[in-house]
Design a protein around this ligand. Structure first.
Ligand SMILES: *Cc1c(COP(=O)(O)O)cnc(C)c1O
Length: 449
């Protein structure tokens, strides 16, 4: 089938996620046909350095045949069996055990799902079950943050704080949102350190306003990913930790993006020294080779839901799918055996930080921030006042297109350009990434002038 036929069928039959159908109908779509290492190639043969690891999931790149083989072997032995009704499979037991080992101390139980959204829905179910069993059924409210992304099921999207999404569905009424720690856009005249403390205190104020006896949990990503790679000021998490210590409230860390090495530690919770009660994972757990998500459950919570009788009436057909679990095991083996995460922490992460920071000198960049294997560029018309080009986020869209033209996948969230390259990226490829990003910025400045 040729390209124009494919695009025609795409237009006629495929409803794409997070897409303006009207615009897509006019412009058509990019067909990705191949991938190798840290690169993807489209149907026209245009090869691009994948600065986004697919959708934050292919942390080991696209050439890990060990993972594909593990899936195939499992599909031939036992393609499916469920873990409902006192059944289980060997891969699911082995992956549960391996996850208990790599996740923070005190997290020794896992509930598997098919995705991150389902895992956050699972969290809502576990939180409620936990407080009911603790005989504190009035603890119902979950606090999240504005501009957060926690998935797209009704539960996940309600936990998320994206106003554009909330306009299109009826959010759950027991979830509320506070200020995000986004200094560049919302810090005003405060220093980043002052603003970090301020954003954390918003949590304290919200808990007091609602009454601590009514608050069940606080959910957050260690660093907001889809929100725009928002790295909180260094004061933020220590202050949040203090606030949470004052109250009996569960901490849910959504590690769907930062889990499995993106900060240079295994989990964001390790990086920030946090002790979550529940921890959402998905995406990179199988390197994107097979759908799998889940939530790690701390001993504190697991003891309650395991000790008291009564069925936990929750689960998905594909919870602990054996092929998905084999993909997870193969991925964990590579992460451990090849010391991928140590390399991000000690070599490629610091190198990216140094090279990425140079982009701050570009005339249209108001801030260049990075941590581990993520980075962001704030596009501005005026560096001093942090003023944007317009309020329609034109610059972000232009820069994304220029970047792709130059052979680099960067994503735009508003006028913030973000990257999350595969953890296997080499220092030479970091150079290539920064050079291509620089060219994209030059082309964007020209186009906007
Ligand atoms: C992608 C993502 C999710 C949702 O995961 P899906 O597998 O798409 O359902 C949840 N939380 C965060 C932080 C994510 O980035």
């Amino acid at each position: 089938m040729n390209k124009s036929q494919l695009l025609q069928q795409d237009r006629e039959h495929l409803l794409h996620p997070f897409t303006d159908f009207h615009d897509l109908g006019k412009q058509g779509t990019r067909v990705i046909t191949n991938a190798d290492g840290a690169y993807i190639t489209d149907i026209d043969g245009h090869r691009m350095l994948d600065g986004m690891s697919g959708l934050w999931c292919c942390n080991l790149g696209y050439s890990r045949t060990e993972i594909a083989d593990a899936i195939y072997e499992q599909l031939k032995t036992l393609p499916f069996y469920n873990s409902f009704f006192q059944c289980t499979t060997i891969p699911s037991i082995e992956l549960a055990d391996a996850l208990a080992e790599v996740t923070p101390a005190g997290m020794n139980n896992v509930f598997f799902t098919g995705s991150g959204s389902e895992a956050n829905d699972t969290n809502l179910r576990i939180i409620r079950r936990y407080w009911d069993l603790k005989e504190q059924p009035q603890k119902r409210i979950v606090i999240s943050r504005k501009n957060a992304y926690h998935g797209s099921t009704i539960g996940g999207a309600s936990l998320g704080g994206m106003s554009g999404m909330h306009k299109q569905f009826q959010a759950l009424d027991y979830i509320t949102h506070i200020q995000q720690p986004y200094w560049f856009a919302e810090g005003g005249d405060m220093s980043p350190e002052e603003f970090g403390v301020h954003a954390a205190r918003c949590l304290d104020e919200k808990i007091q306003e609602l009454g601590p006896d009514n608050v069940a949990a606080f959910i957050a990503e260690p660093i907001q990913g889809a929100g725009g790679v928002i790295i909180p000021p260094e004061t933020y998490w220590p202050e949040v930790k203090k606030v949470l210590a004052k109250y009996d409230i569960l901490l849910v860390m959504d590690e769907v993006i930062f889990g499995f090495g993106r900060t240079g530690e295994w989990f964001g919770a390790d990086y920030y020294g946090l002790k979550p009660d529940l921890m959402t994972f998905a995406k990179a757990v199988t390197n994107g080779y097979f759908p799998l998500g889940g939530t790690m459950v701390s001993d504190r919570v697991a003891e309650v839901i395991k000790a008291k009788g009564g069925e936990f009436t929750h689960g998905y057909t594909y919870s602990a799918h054996p092929a998905a679990c084999m993909a997870g095991l193969a991925t964990l083996n590579i992460l451990r055996n090849d010391k991928i995460i140590d390399n991000v922490r000690d070599n490629t992460g610091p190198y990216l930080a140094k090279r990425w920071a140079e982009l701050a000198d570009h005339p249209i960049v108001g801030e260049a921030r990075s941590l581990g294997m993520v980075g962001a560029l704030e596009l501005v018309k005026d560096k001093g006042s942090r003023a944007r080009f317009d309020d329609k986020c034109t610059a972000g869209g232009v820069c994304r297109d220029m970047s792709i033209k130059n052979g680099l996948v960067m994503r735009a969230t508003g006028d913030t350009m973000i990257i999350a390259p595969p953890l296997i990226i080499t220092t030479e490829q970091v150079d290539e990434l920064v050079e291509k990003a620089h060219r994209a910025l030059d082309d964007t400045a020209k186009a906007l002038a």
